[in-house]
Write a protein that binds this ligand. Structure first.
Ligand SMILES: Cc1cc2nc3c(=O)[nH]c(=O)nc-3n(C[C@H](O)[C@H](O)[C@H](O)COP(=O)(O)OP(=O)(O)OC[C@H]3O[C@@H](n4cnc5c(N)ncnc54)[C@H](O)[C@@H]3O)c2cc1C
Length: 636
């Protein structure tokens, strides 16, 4: 009898302590969970270690966090809207809520904001917060161009403009953006404490930086019994769902991704929330709140830079989206890679990537707008080349990146070929600083510096040139340059595309190399793009604009551009450099095949020594003309 009573008491205690009606951790979101969602919760909890593997002996799917505390997981179970209504109806409604903006800098289709605002009733307050991380924003005098160590000035400006726009929109709704400076985790935890926050809402983020930061904040929230709501709304799909559908592994081909993904669950649900107003902001106590700073206030003074044609913010992003979508014929017939990479006055694509990167425009709303056009225009292009297909490429890279340990590096990355790239800083610097001597390449790199955006095929050309096409420099180095300078710089998409272009993953036809001369000429024979971005060449006659080193001295003099003095000679001969690169890749592929992908650093060093002995064009910049150049010079 005594045993029965003791067992019953223990069972009751366990139910109260850890069950759905836990007295220790009251999370009504969790109590509403459907039974079939539980495996996903296990899956999610493992993010503390990179990614769950399904094979025996590898990392467990079960993380070390108590599942009940990850209310983030509520949105993972397919139907997001179902989760939302459960979430909002379950809030007790008397406490303060904090909406933590990071990306997702918008009001429309913002489920985290919606949840935060609905959760506040009965005298509670809503604190919309953005934390400026000085490492990301403040000037680094040692950086190779204006900006911080992590971001070029164009992206910093875009972010400030986006914050300003968000603040204005919030003010129109009776709220405002509370901008603070400092280490984001620390600042946020302080706010949670000071403002007696009961609900913390923020958009879920798969980038490793946020995974780590969020884990820390969620740990604190969980200990302080603060409800956390962190929905997936940066991407069309939840990468974890796709990976789970694929047995725990990310799909590594676009087609298999499409098959797994299918139609998003929200595809025909209304996404635009209309907020008549937002709950007011409460007393901020001793917290140091600032207005959205200007560039000057961040320390960027005396910098003369041309303004790129991208103003940050949701208002501008939605305007651009409307403009793009209103041309229904263009949307329905959109086909990549058709389209002119040299078109800069009126780019051939939507130029929405910076707005998607910061979440000023919701990719889900963009998706629905395209679908609407397709409904009215039954004859339209399809993935991978269609406009919808482009958004799906975005989700594809997010999914692979989320499920691949060490995705952003060659070593330890299972989907990446091991290739003995060189670490030649001289070559890298010349490429980065637009001094390769190939006007097409240098014009694209100048556009990167000036605008922080280039057409997709232009990115192809410079990435191929740096890596497998000509210079054989490590793709990670080029990726880092893009990461800092692009306004749309995106952790998953950038590394994914660099692996693609360097034939390290996804695409393996290393014999297909972009010519730094003829590719651009095909689109822009007069070289208008080069003339715009490299004004030193603006008077070079059309027949020499792509190969100015072949122009006779009299022509160079007349064009006021002496090659080797005013503009560099080509740093390598494309013909021989590309031949060497193909040879090196063939050897590296052979090695990867022989060793079944398990290539050690020593194996690569041995191969590198062998290749360096036979292929030397890359490491010895030529001062002679390329064969086509030499031919042209003989003619002139
Ligand atoms: C080496 C290299 C690095 C790149 N780095 C980035 C990056 O850091 N951030 C980034 O957003 N894009 C990157 N891209 C992909 C692509 O070039 C840009 O997304 C595109 O050029 C942006 O212009 P848009 O908005 O006019 O594109 P659109 O053609 O109008 O496409 C609409 C949206 O689809 C998505 N998209 C288009 N192409 C791709 C693609 N290949 N992969 C993934 N998503 C795509 C983007 O979000 C884009 O805004 C990179 C491409 C290369 C070759």
């Amino acid at each position: 009898m005594v045993v029965v009573v003791v067992v019953a008491s223990l069972a009751l205690f366990a139910l109260l302590a850890f069950g759905p009606f836990s007295i220790f951790y009251s999370n009504p979101l969790v109590t509403c969970r459907q039974a079939e969602q539980v495996p996903q919760l296990h899956f999610l909890a493992s993010r503390r270690h990179r990614f769950p593997a399904t094979k025996k002996g590898e990392e467990s799917c079960l993380g070390d966090r108590p599942l009940e505390k990850d209310s983030n997981a509520i949105t993972r179970g397919g139907n997001y809207f179902q989760s939302m209504s459960m979430a909002s109806s379950s809030f007790s409604g008397s406490g303060n809520a904090l909406m933590w903006f990071r990306k997702g800098l918008r009001i429309h289709d913002n489920p985290a904001l919606e949840c935060a605002s609905r959760g506040v009733t009965g005298g509670g307050f809503l604190y919309p917060v953005f934390v400026i991380d000085p490492h990301y924003m403040e000037p680094d005098p040692r950086a190779s161009s204006p900006g911080s160590s992590r971001a070029g000035l164009n992206r910093i400006r875009f972010l400030l403009e986006s914050l300003k726009d968000l603040d204005l929109s919030l003010r129109k709704l009776g709220s405002r953006l509370l901008v603070m400076k400092g280490e984001p985790g620390e600042v946020l935890i302080n706010c949670l404490k000071q403002w007696k926050v009961e609900k913390l809402c923020f958009e879920y983020d798969t980038d490793p930086y946020y995974q780590q930061l969020d884990m820390r904040v969620k740990d604190y929230a969980s200990a302080a019994r603060i409800e956390v709501f962190s929905p997936v709304s940066h991407t069309l799909f939840n990468p974890a769902d796709i990976i789970q559908k694929n047995g725990g592994r990310p799909p590594v081909s676009y087609q298999s991704f499409l098959k797994l993904a299918g139609e998003p669950s929200w595809a025909s649900s209304p996404l635009m929330t209309i907020f008549p107003s937002l709950p007011s902001v409460g007393d901020v106590g001793s917290s140091q709140i600032v207005e959205v700073p200007t560039l000057e206030e961040l320390g960027y003074v005396d910098i003369e830079m041309e303004l790129p044609p991208f103003r940050g913010g949701e208002s501008e992003g939605l305007k651009r989206l409307r403009e793009a979508i209103s041309n229904e014929k263009w949307v329905a017939t959109f086909e990549k890679p058709k389209g002119d990479p040299s078109a800069f006055l009126r780019p051939a694509t939507t130029t929405l990537s910076p707005y998607l990167k910061f979440g000023c425009v919701s990719s889900r709303y963009f998706y629905q707008c395209i679908q609407d056009v397709y409904t009215r225009n039954k004859k339209h292009t399809s993935p991978p080349v269609s406009l919808l297909g482009q958004l799906l490429w975005r989700d594809f890279f997010y999914t692979v990146a989320f499920g691949t340990p060490n995705f952003d590096q060659m070593r330890g990355n299972k989907i990446c070929k091991q290739i003995p790239w060189n670490d030649n800083d001289e070559l890298l610097t010349a490429w980065r600083e637009a001094k390769t001597g190939y006007p097409w390449i240098d014009a694209i790199m100048t556009q990167l510096h000036k605008w922080g955006w280039m057409h997709h095929l232009a990115r192809h050309c410079v990435a191929c040139f740096l890596t497998r096409g000509d210079l054989f420099v490590h793709w990670e180095k080029g990726r880092d340059v893009f990461e800092r300078l692009l306004i749309d710089s995106d952790w998953a998409i950038n590394s994914g595309n660099w692996m693609w272009l360097s034939c390290s993953s996804f695409f393996y036809q290393y014999n297909r190399i972009y010519s730094p001369i003829s590719f651009g000429k095909k689109y822009d024979p007069n070289g208008n793009y080069i003339r715009h971005f490299l004004p030193i060449l603006k008077d070079m006659p059309k027949e020499y604009i792509y190969e100015p080193w072949t122009a006779p001295l009299s022509v160079q003099t007349k064009a006021k551009c002496i090659i080797g003095k005013d503009y560099p000679k080509p740093m390598v001969s494309h013909d021989s450099a590309s031949k060497d690169c193909k040879q090196k890749l063939a050897a590296a592929y052979e090695l990867n095949k022989k060793l079944n992908g398990v290539v050690s650093e020593e194996d690569l060093k041995v191969l590198q020594r062998k290749l360096d002995a036979t292929c030397d064009s890359v490491l010895n910049p030529v001062h002679s003309h390329s064969s086509s150049g030499a031919k042209r010079q003989r003619r002139s």
